[in-house]
Design a protein around this ligand. Structure first.
Ligand code: PFF
Length: 436
């Protein structure tokens, strides 16, 4: 067996991990969920979830990967204690990654389609522009063609390996994403709706918050940080030497949160400047924004920048999803990288067809929505809970101190990982499955 792949530099690891974290969750999901839940009160809860559960579990995942130098299944087996086979947690993670990527690739395909359309420019009446989405979604071959393109692209990137594939692509796409986002934030600052958007994002209205919002905030914070399914374990397993895990986790979570917030700063002023409601739901970037791009000055170029940015974010997340499954096959079946990519890429591509054909459903729920619900509402919190329990209770405090350090911040976060995160996740999980 050849030696395990490793990151070339610390910066490469941070950019790849940020690339995994920053994705559709930040730019597509976060703004519409904030919109739906009434704005900034939801953001406060979301921030609390990031601090109390997100960062501690991010530390746990990076630690588990770095220490074991294995894929999620092997990594949990490495920390085995007692009778319950810890590797099951890894299997759930790999399975969850496969499910998420199957529909994530379809949505990334929609972004590609919209990017192409934005090169031409959006025009027509509001109904006509909104219909673009409905027509695309109802035309299986368009969805399948783009899904195939996205899967093919990420498979090709992964063939190049960890350094020349994931790390190299992240080092190019992440700074470009930062630059494009900066340009769009500057543009939004000039719009009339900025004042209203700022108010919406920073003045909390707690009357809009329900039990459901808290569940949604926790689910979204896990999804956006790529937690609960082994992605950060896999990326952590390519880390070697002296890297501060706490510092890396705080940096990754801060950049991810900042980008989600900036995505809100870009989107809401556009929405408010046109007297529209921010609570449009999942159609916010596919239906509401294009209508506005067609009307506003400079809308053509803004739409090209916007959809390029979302595409960069989605691609770097999708490669991390595929890498989890690929590293599992390589480690567990002693298979070559190319073979592992072909096997998992094909399986996920096939599964994705279920989401690409939007008329296929289970009791009226399209597969895409069903998979998203199963993965983000049940499997990620469950995976996070198991990770926190293994990290908090099956690994000695001394070995954690030795690897992670003993600063006050680290100790507080380790305390949160042991007590606060599992309780929070347990409550959310039981509530989600209706036992509470
Ligand atoms: N964090 C990604 C996003 O916010 O879009 C989604 C994701 C990527 C989830 C990778 C899980 C994962 F392993």
């Amino acid at each position: 067996m050849s030696a395990r792949d490793a990151w070339k530099s610390k910066l490469g690891f941070i950019l790849a991990a940020v690339g995994s974290a920053v994705g559709l969750g930040n730019i597509w999901k976060f703004p519409y969920i904030v919109g739906k839940n009434g704005g900034s009160a939801f953001i406060f809860i979301y921030l609390a979830c990031i601090i109390l559960a997100g960062i501690p579990i991010l530390i746990a995942e990076i630690y588990i990967g770095k220490k074991s130098q294995l894929n999620p299944v092997g990594a949990f087996r490495f920390f085995q204690k007692g009778k319950f086979p810890f590797s099951i947690i890894g299997y759930i993670g790999v399975f969850c990654g496969i499910i998420i990527l199957s529909y994530y690739s379809v949505i990334t395909g929609w972004i590609c389609h919209y990017l192409m359309l934005s090169f031409r420019g959006f025009s027509g009446t509001e109904t006509e522009i909104k219909e673009i989405f409905t027509t695309m979604n109802a035309t299986p071959w368009i969805n399948i063609a783009w899904h195939t393109f996205v899967m093919g692209t990420i498979m090709l990137i992964l063939v190049k390996g960890v350094r020349q594939g994931i790390e190299a692509v992240s080092k190019i796409l992440m700074p470009m994403l930062g630059l494009l986002l900066f340009v769009l934030v500057c543009y939004s600052l000039t719009l009339d709706g900025m004042k209203e958007a700022w108010h919406f994002l920073t003045y909390p209205d707690f009357s809009k918050i329900s039990g459901g919002s808290i569940l949604e905030a926790l689910g979204t914070s896990f999804f956006t940080l790529s937690l609960g399914m082994g992605a950060m374990i896999t990326y952590g397993s390519y880390l070697k030497g002296d890297v501060s895990i706490t510092k890396s986790a705080v940096q990754i979570a801060s950049i991810d949160t900042l980008i989600a917030f900036l995505a809100g700063i870009v989107i809401f002023p556009i929405v408010f400047s046109n007297n529209l409601e921010p609570s449009a739901g999942p159609g916010l970037i596919f239906q509401t924004l294009p209508v506005l791009f067609a009307k506003m000055p400079g809308g053509h170029i803004v739409s090209v920048i916007f959809f390029s940015l979302v595409l960069f974010a989605a691609i770097t997340s999708a490669i991390s999803l595929l890498e989890v499954a690929v590293s599992f096959i390589i480690d567990e079946f002693k298979c070559s990288r190319i073979k592992a990519i072909l096997i998992m890429g094909t399986v996920i591509w096939l599964l994705g067809i279920l989401s690409a054909v939007s008329s296929w459903n289970v009791a009226g729920t399209p597969f895409l929505d069903l998979f998203d619900k199963i993965a983000s509402c049940y499997m990620l919190p469950l995976g996070g809970l198991c990770t926190a329990l293994v990290f908090g209770w099956a690994i000695t405090t001394e070995s954690k101190y030795k690897e992670i350090g003993t600063s006050a911040v680290t100790k507080t976060l380790l305390f949160a990982a042991k007590y606060v995160s599992p309780i929070l996740l347990l409550v959310v999980f039981l509530k989600e499955i209706g036992l509470f």
